[in-house]
Each structure stands twice: as structure tokens, then as C-alpha cells.
Design a protein around this ligand. Structure first.
Ligand SMILES: Cc1ncc(C[n+]2csc(CCOP(=O)(O)OP(=O)(O)O)c2C)c(N)n1
Length: 572
């Protein structure tokens, strides 16, 4: 077996060189006193030419980790993140939850307060080194990661790094957490030898069980009105084609519910939108593909005798404490493989006449759905303050067909359809706000030739730590267009309150608390302050031209932000 010698001098250098050796391209970081050996390692590598992951500063941990998230989903590669001990981990927790619930593999690392009070290289040398230490630093983040560990010495380095990467990337993928004490990083390591290529590969994903596939095929063969609901099948680009073939072959309508990836091109003849709606009520079989919440049971349910089949890498979402959707068959496996096999099991029992009559019904439904959406757009085009419908519709016209959209809530996909795999990324179901702007920077880093557009609410934008985001965009030359759909409120809180208490006092009040955001700053100026292009848009007729100007800036290498003054209430 081939071994390679890396000419390093410390564990910190060995650690970083090994990451690069294993294909980690970037270290997204927010530094502190724990970073001294890391900073020193990079400075030495600049002279020795040792290959290390490219270091990228983000001036808030949430930005660093959200950038890593966006980079991971757009590149398919594993990023490393490093934050400052206990406090940096605390700031990054929200982003770790987002990555965890969306199965994004991230090598999440943090320093430790120096362990020793004196006597070792790296021992405590400032007052914070006492108070920042925790009994169980990993405990803070343990529920969000698949595995956590502390690097205790240089001898174990290759095993620890390889195991971290193996666990993060094996299905279901997710972040792991590794702590790196300062004294350990500072230990001398005169040369390091490692396997090249590495010898600890990720485990293969589970294959679908033939009996389960057969049972599901039999259920589908008896169905007149089957339905597919998915959120994240398209995490694996191969599954997009498998789902497109499956839907077309059997004329099954597909709903992308709260989708995080492009799962089925929006122009596919079986794409029937983003809400199960009436289809759910008439369904007699549902295939739930990588969808944690296929419908909201307190609002609507399929008929009691409707058969429900779940397909996914972890089809029961076993890390969710409670999730009680009916499951007549649950197939563990990659959707790309499982759907192809399910298709074969169904085909042997399918009736061509049933399929063809369904095809006609699906086509009619799609046509009337598209007509209704068109009408909504026409009605919204002149509304002032602007309607989110109009914002989405204008973006559909202005975007490059191959652009990638990062959506933190406020894009309405029915009015801005995406058709190419990898062209849409939605926020994690953990919904830790402040993800979208940083994630868009990560997508741009992974795909520098792609036009990248982040669509954010004013609330989501503020949570993203805007100054740190625009600084990262400028510093790392990541020109992204940020569109802030600014309704000057936390509309989600308003909708939740009116939903629970439709006749309540809050509904009658002009200004219930915790909803309106008065005196918001001029977001466009925040972007301008970082050297970007900023514009405030209040007139619906002006939006197409404003989008053109902003995208021209972005295509020319400058970040841009449109602060679009919108009506409250969202939706449509
Ligand atoms: C970290 C975090 N804090 C609070 C929330 C609760 N929350 C959910 S949506 C929302 C408001 C979002 O506002 P905005 O982005 O403007 O979108 P709008 O609801 O107005 O459409 C809040 C505060 C959350 N999801 N995440």
C-alpha cells in the first residue's frame, strides 16, 4: 500500500496537510487564541509550499458554517470549519443544526482552551483560558453531530481524521465535531507518513430490500391516484433523473413540499407544484421520497385507507424524536436506485389504460394550475408595496437560466421555476434563520462560473449577520445577488398567531408585539458600505430594470443587494 511522507514539523501542520491530502479544499474559520499553531502552520506552508486547505475567514461563525453548508451542497465535497473553543461553537450551533437536519457532511472543528496551566508549549497564557474551558465542550453540539471526539496526540492523527471523514460522509451524511487542543496542535511532528490514497473509505449506502420493493410495487399496482411527495430527493443529482423517469412512466403527479433541492424540473409534465393540497385528499397511494414532513396532519390528511410508502436513506427520520406519518412500507435506500427498482416492480403489474387515463388527468390539472398561477402574477404585477409573487416572477425573467437560487423562505417557486439539477437550494427544515446569505457565498465558491442569487426575508437577512456576510463576499471575491423581500416584519410569527387565534385579540390589534420591525436600516446601504451595488425598490414597474442593473453588477464581479419593499403577509 502506497504511503506518502508529508514534510511537516508540528501536529497542526500534519493535520492541515492531511485534510488537503484527503481532498478538503477549504477551511472556513473564525479564529481565536486557540488558532496560534494553525496560523503558524499556514505561515510556514507559505514558504515551504506544503499543500493545505485554503483558509477563508468569516467574521461570524454562523457565516463560516453557512458558507461551508452552501459549498458542500453545491460541490459534493466535504468542507472543514474551525471555530474558537466553547464560545465559537456556541455561535455556530444554529448552522450546525441546519447542516445536521439536512444531512450535510461538514468537518466541524473547534479549538480547546489549553489544557495545562504551565509547562507545555501552548499552555494557558491569558486569563480567558480558564473561564472558556468546559467540562464537556462536545456536549453542547453532540445532538447536532453524528460523532464527536478530541484529538489527543499526533500519533493518532490519521486514524482520527479518516474516521471523522468516514462518519461524516457515510449515509445518512452529516456534520461531525472534532476538538483540537492547543498543546496537541503545537506538538512537534517531524515528518508524517500517511496512506495515499487513504484506506478508510465511507460505507456504501444501504441498498433497497427486494421484499420491501415488491410489497410497495404491489400497493402501487392497486392505486388509481398515486402521488409522489419529496423534499430532498435531488440531494443526489442522479435521483432527479430517476424521479423524472418514474413519474413519466407511470404518470404519477409529483409535489415538491418544502423542498431543499431541485428534485424534478419544474417543466416536467408531472410536476404539480409545491403543496399536496387536493391531491392528498384523493390519493390512494403516496410515495414519500426523502421528505420529513410530506403534509401537515393538523391541517389535512390523506384518506384513512391510502397506502403510504416511504423511500429514503433514513426513511423514518430516526433522529427526529416524534414523527408519526403512516408507513405501510418504508424502503431504506438511495432514491436513485430505489425508484428504478420500484418502477420495475410496479411495471410488471401495471395497467396501461389506468396509466394513460391518469396521464390525461395530470395534464389537465397541470394546465389549470399553470393558468391560475399566471392569473395571480398578472394581478400582482402592479401592486404597491410589491407582492412577493411579482418579485419571484420578475426574478424568473431576469435570472440566467443556469443560475442557482438560494432560498431562505421568501421565493415563491411556482412563480420562479427551476429546471436544472443543482439550481435550487432551500433552507434546512431545522429553519435556523440566517443561513441563506452565507450559504449563497458557499455555492458561489463551489461554482464560480454560475450566477448565484439569494432570496431572503428582511428577518432572515438580519439573522445572517449582514456586515460579516458582505465582508466575506468582498474579501473572498464572491459576487452574489441578495434580494431582500422586505415586508418589515416577521411574517411567520404573524401567520402563526393568526392561524392559532383567528378571532383572537392579536388578530384585532393594529400592532401586536413581536411581529413588526419598525425603523429597519437601509439594507442596500449595508451592501454598498462593503463595496457592493445596492438599490431600494418601491415601484413594481421598476423591479425588472433594477434586477437587470443588479445582475449586471454581479456578472461584472461586484456583489449586489436589492432591498425590495414588499407587502406583509407573504404567500400567493
Ligand atoms: C434562529 C432563529 N430564530 C428565530 C426563528 C423564528 N422565526 C421563524 S420565521 C421568522 C421570521 C422571518 O422573517 P422574514 O425572514 O422577514 O420572513 P417573513 O416571515 O416576514 O416572511 C422567525 C423570527 C428561527 N426560525 N430561527
Amino acid at each position: 500500500m502506497a504511503r506518502k511522507t508529508l514534510s511537516v514539523e508540528t501536529v497542526a501542520e500534519g493535520y492541515l496537510a492531511l485534510l488537503a491530502e484527503r481532498g478538503v479544499e477549504y477551511l472556513f474559520a473564525n479564529a481565536g487564541t486557540d488558532f496560534a499553531p494553525i496560523v503558524e502552520a499556514y505561515a510556514r506552508a507559505a514558504q515551504s509550499g506544503l499543500n493545505l486547505p485554503k483558509p477563508l475567514i468569516a467574521t461570524h461563525e454562523n457565516v463560516a458554517a453557512s458558507m461551508a453548508h452552501g459549498y458542500a451542497v453545491a460541490s459534493g465535497k466535504v468542507p472543514a470549519v474551525m471555530v474558537h473553543v466553547s464560545v465559537g461553537t456556541a455561535n455556530a450551533l444554529c448552522a450546525a443544526w441546519n447542516a445536521s437536519r439536512e444531512n450535510v457532511p461538514i468537518l466541524f472543528t473547534a479549538g480547546r482552551s489549553p489544557l495545562t496551566e504551565e509547562g507545555m508549549v501552548g499552555a494557558r497564557d491569558t486569563y480567558i483560558h480558564w473561564a472558556q474551558e468546559m467540562f464537556d465542550q462536545g456536549g453542547m453540539i453532540r445532538e447536532a453531530v453524528k460523532w464527536d471526539y478530541e484529538l489527543r496526540n499526533g500519533t493518532q492523527l490519521e486514524t482520527v481524521v479518516d474516521r471523522a471523514l468516514q462518519v461524516a460522509t457515510s449515509s445518512p451524511a452529516g456534520p461531525i465535531y472534532l476538538t483540537l487542543p492547543r498543546e496537541v496542535l503545537a506538538e512537534p511532528m517531524p515528518g508524517m507518513s500517511c496512506f495515499s490514497p487513504g484506506r478508510r473509505v465511507a460505507a456504501s449506502p444501504p441498498g433497497p430490500d427486494f421484499d420491501a420493493i415488491d410489497a410497495a410495487g404491489a400497493l402501487l399496482a392497486n392505486a388509481e391516484n398515486p402521488l409522489v411527495i419529496t423534499a430532498s430527493a435531488g440531494r443526489d443529482p442522479e435521483a432527479v433523473k430517476a424521479l423524472a423517469d418514474f413519474a413519466l412512466r407511470f404518470a404519477v403527479p409529483v409535489i415538491e413540499h418544502r423542498h431543499r433541492h431541485l428534485n424534478l424540473p419544474a417543466d416536467h409534465p408531472c410536476h404539480l407544484g409545491y403543496d399536496p393540497g387536493e391531491l392528498l385528499e384523493s390519493a390512494d397511494a403516496i410515495v414519500v421520497v426523502e421528505s420529513d414532513v410530506p403534509w401537515i396532519p393538523s391541517r389535512q390528511n390523506p384518506p384513512a385507507d391510502c397506502k403510504v410508502i416511504h423511500v429514503g436513506i433514513d426513511p423514518l427520520f430516526s433522529r427526529y424524536p416524534i414523527r408519526g406519518f403512516p408507513a405501510d412500507v418504508a424502503i431504506t435506500g438511495r432514491p436513485s436506485v430505489a425508484l428504478a427498482r420500484l418502477g420495475a416492480a410496479w411495471a410488471s403489474r401495471a395497467s396501461a389504460t389506468t396509466i394513460e387515463s391518469r396521464r390525461r388527468r395530470v395534464a389537465e390539472r397541470r394546465e389549470s394550475q399553470q393558468a391560475a398561477w399566471r392569473k395571480l402574477r398578472e394581478g400582482a404585477a402592479t401592486q404597491q408595496p410589491l407582492s412577493p409573487v411579482h418579485v419571484s416572477a420578475c426574478l424568473a425573467e431576469a435570472r440566467h437560466p443556469d443560475s442557482a437560487i438560494v432560498n431562505e423562505y421568501t421565493l415563491l417557486p411556482q412563480h420562479c421555476p427551476s429546471t436544472r439539477p443543482g439550481s435550487f437550494f432551500g433552507s434546512s427544515p431545522a429553519a435556523g434563520l440566517g443561513w441563506g446569505a452565507g450559504a449563497a457565498l458557499g455555492v458561489k465558491l463551489a461554482q464560480p462560473d454560475r450566477q448565484v442569487i439569494a432570496v431572503l426575508g428582511d428577518g432572515s437577512y438580519i439573522f445572517s449577520n449582514p456586515v460579516a456576510v458582505h465582508h466575506a463576499a468582498a474579501m473572498h471575491k464572491l459576487p452574489v445577488l441578495f434580494i431582500v423581500v422586505n415586508n418589515a416584519m416577521w411574517g411567520a410569527v404573524r401567520r402563526a398567531t393568526l392561524g392559532m387565534y383567528p378571532q383572537g385579540d392579536a388578530a384585532k390589534s393594529n400592532k401586536p408585539p413581536f411581529i413588526d420591525l419598525d425603523e429597519l436600516p437601509a439594507f442596500d446601504k449595508v451592501c454598498e458600505a462593503a463595496g457592493g451595488y445596492g438599490e431600494r425598490v418601491e415601484d413594481p414597474a421598476e423591479l425588472p430594470a433594477a434586477l437587470k442593473r443588479a445582475l449586471k453588477a454581479v456578472d461584472g464581479g461586484q456583489q449586489a443587494l436589492l432591498n425590495v419593499i414588499c407587502q406583509g403577509g407573504g404567500g400567493g
